[in-house]
Ligand binder design. Sequence first.
Ligand code: ATP
Ligand code: MG
Length: 660
Amino acid sequence: MKLGRYEVVRELGKGAMGIVYLAKDPLIGRLVALKTIRPAAHADDDETMEFQQRFIREAQAAGILNHPSIVTVFDIGQDDTTQMNFIAMEYVEGQNLKEALSQGKTLTFEQIGELVAQIAEALDFAHSKGIVHRDVKPANIILVEGSRAKIMDFGIAKIASGGANLTTTGQFLGTPNYMAPEQIKGTPVDGRTDIFSLGICLYESLTRRKPFGGESLTSISYKIVHEPFPPLHEINPQIPDGFEEVVANCLAKEPAKRYQRGRELASALRAVLRGERPSKMEPLLAEATITTRDRSKLPTIEMPFPDAAGGGGPDGGASTRAAAASSAPTPGQAPRATVAGGPAVVRQFRQTLTNVRAYPLWRRPVPAALAAGVVGVLMLALLWSMVSIQRQRVTVPKVNVQVERQRARERALRQEGSDLLRQGRTADAYAKFEQLAKLAPNSPGVSVMLQKLAAIRYQEEVGKQQIATARQKLDRGIALYNQKKYAEAVPLLDEAFALNPTDAQAANYLRLAQLEEQKAITARLAARARTVLPTEPATTTAPISPGDSRPVSNVPAQLTTIFNSPFSDGVLTIRIGGEMVVNEALWEEKGRFIRRKSPRGISLTREIPPRNTDVFISVVVPTLRVNSQQSFRFNFVPGTAHRLVITYNAASKTIDHQIN
Ligand code: ATP
Ligand code: MG
């Protein structure tokens, strides 16, 4: 059989609330005692739920108790199939005190004193944690080998009863034999209640009698509340004197007259064992009294007590068994803890129990100071949050309609101007930005834009003029070309091309005119050669390349022109002896997607007829207004490689040259 994850080994015994099993925890292989607890029969849903909550709460409370003389609670659980609640606790091998007493086991006064002192210390420990046992009795005290004792079932009574000492069905949970007067009366219990019950255990262990015996529940209860206990020495004169006083201090009817703490009882017992007089210390402060969470006001159960002597009556059966158990326990007899009261008593209990319910947590009275504190803190928090919300509130500036309207107009003008500029309509864009400057005269952005636009407009203007001039020159150059006046046409076409290098017509006419002029020059040279009267003889005897069969004077010279142009615009022209030798744009178009003009290095080699002649170099860059010329005379030696390096001086906007 299994209960939860625990494997049941065997039954250890039966109690009022269920069976106790020896079981094994398969997770860690340890033996445990499993105490099953069944809720009251016929309980309705609310009661069952309340029971569950109480069960968990009390077991958790007991679970925090870790003391050598307290049986440790390991776990709680509910079996899935049977819905049985159980508590898994330390399995203690030993005999409980009830069995030991009923079997007539010999216990010396010293052993009894020591065992009860240990339990008193254990109770003191539990009380200091705010936990009251509520059911201290010999069946809950286990004697371990040697002379050690352990107490078990902390809080179990409360789990089953819900705070009253009776089950909701009007049955005593356990016998009233070990109850304190306040339990019988239903007034709040505290640690001193346990001290009373332990006092009865001590009395019974010493005398083998119960101090408040009776034949019925009601007579026992009456005696507990009202009657003194029979003195120890009357029962057994051998009991050491000190015990009398200790028992009296435990069994005082009023809790305030008892030992206030378990450790007081323990030290009194040990004093007795040492042969000293036990001294009962008055608590120095009222607070020295153990207060527990059980001090909440419960309605007092007013019990009508019949005469103790007249205990038969209708409740005879069960109560007689209880009385018999208390007065003369016999081996093998199991004086069941649960004693069903006779019908009359049950009826009385039922009547009184209607109001006996533990208040749920939320209905318990809260101390005024605590309530005031909580309310105060809440008020402060509210105040603080209101202040911080106020602080965070942003002041919305008032909208000045006039200003906003002007800003909108400015935005529109800026947008229109930018669009026009993108379309290349510089003049229109300029007009828009001029309007914008009037609206926002202090805006640095607008004035910068106007400056840029003015520069562009100027460039455009210059460009237009240049193109117009270029056109005029081209027209005149074409006219001269058509008149076959190539020598005159070439400089005009050259200029037209320089002013507008993008003009393909100018470039074509220039090339054609140069060719025609070249032909004319060659023809002239040939004619002169025939007359053997060279007008411009070569003066040097430069080396002639091998294999060149031409006469020395006719072998052309070579001229390599080098100009590392810094310009993205313009034209380099070189005329030698009036003949256009070089006519090169200083830029090239670059860029895969966006074509743009960028500078290009020039390195050109041309064959030059050998002679001593004029060299004219011209660099024209319209956008930078560069127009620089150099002219000099140079002797081109037949078959010689000459080198012309042109440089540009940006400061003076002029060109320079070196030739060799
Ligand atoms: P009550 O129900 O009023 O407490 P009870 O104490 O006689 O009465 P249980 O506490 O249910 O009954 O115990 C039943 C039996 O199981 C007892 O003989 C007890 O000694 C034994 N027992 C209980 N807990 C343990 C434990 N942790 N280790 C060993 N034996 C135990
Ligand atoms: Mg028990």
